[in-house]
Design a binder for this molecule. Structure first.
Ligand code: NAP
Length: 275
């Protein structure tokens, strides 16, 4: 019998998760299908529970519902408890189990696929939404020199940093929240764009000159050469989009659901070739 999975979001039409999971299923011989579910902004919970009642085995959660997903699940597993955000739900033995695989996805893509170790790097994380909550603790566990968080609405960056304060010591020189306009004069080795600005062809209000020599600029948005990537490349930074993270976080979700670990490299290569 075919098992049913889906990604729930708003918007969700741009998601390539169905193609990734179809490829993982083909590769590992698993019998499953994977759909896109557009949930109304005020209808996340009812959309997920209806899918579950219809026999769904699990869902991925994308923007803007990752905090709501954390509140919906009855068990927080893996990185989810600390993250305060859930991107993977497993319906198992009557329980609704929440995980967060975004952090594993980002760190695996940076360190293993792109060969950019986070250890001892000065890191700037832009954005304070669900994606940022998911990656904070995994970034800190990779032992950066320092971690600065900036966000368009500064109070949300302050709240994000406060949420993870108990892990601050994992960064050699600690972490802080700073408004974009106060970043002038600072230099970073790794700048991660965890905002959705690139989806609408925009970028955060970053000052120039923040990229250290050899810096890496990573945009979680995938499938586009975003204004942030253009801005960073023009200043000599190496740039990458979020496709590798997407495939790696999906692989972790697939493993949680199916107990089988797919090979990500051919899937990343396949999706890079597609227009
Ligand atoms: P979210 O919860 O809706 O948060 C969006 C964030 O983007 C907020 O911090 C928001 O700032 C900021 N923002 C939006 N428009 C902006 C603009 N024009 N200028 C500056 N900041 C702006 O979304 P999310 O779940 O965190 O996801 C963020 C992005 O990451 C999405 O594009 C998502 O597709 C991507 N993502 C990719 C992966 C992957 O695997 N590649 C995984 C997770 C997420 P305010 O607080 O001021 O509103």
């Amino acid at each position: 019998m075919t098992d049913h999975y889906a990604v729930v979001g708003n918007p969700v039409a741009h998601s390539v998760s169905p193609a990734i999971h179809a490829e993982f299923a083909r590769q590992t011989g698993q019998d499953l299908d994977y759909a896109r579910l557009l949930a109304p902004r005020d209808g996340f919970k009812s959309t997920v529970l209806k899918f579950h009642d219809g026999g769904g085995k699990g869902v991925n959660v994308t923007l803007p519902f990752k905090h709501e997903a954390w509140n919906l699940v009855t068990v927080h597993a893996g990185d989810a408890l600390d993250a305060g955000a859930v991107n993977t739900i497993d319906f198992r033995n009557g329980r609704i189990i929440g995980y967060n695989t975004d952090g594993i996805g980002l760190v695996t893509d940076l360190e293993q696929n792109l060969k950019f170790p986070i250890r001892n790097k000065r890191v700037l994380l832009m954005g304070a939404g669900g994606a940022s909550y998911g990656v904070m603790h995994p970034i800190l566990k990779a032992r950066p020199e320092l971690l600065v968080v900036a966000n368009r609405t500064p109070a949300k960056a302050v709240a994000l940093v406060a949420h993870f304060q108990k892990f601050a010591k994992l960064a050699l020189r600690g972490m802080s929240a700073q408004p974009y306009q106060q970043l002038g004069g600072s230099q970073f080795d790794l700048v991660i764009n965890a905002t959705s600005a690139g989806l609408s062809g925009e970028m955060p209000a970053l000052p120039t000159g923040i990229f250290a020599t050899g810096a890496f600029a990573y945009d979680m948005v995938y499938g586009k050469f975003t204004p942030f990537m253009k801005f960073a490349a023009a200043q000599g930074a190496r740039v990458a989009g979020g496709l590798g993270m997407l495939v790696e976080q999906a692989a972790e979700a697939f493993f949680i659901w199916r107990g089988v670990r797919p090979d990500t490299a051919p899937v990343i290569a396949l999706l890079k070739r597609e227009p």
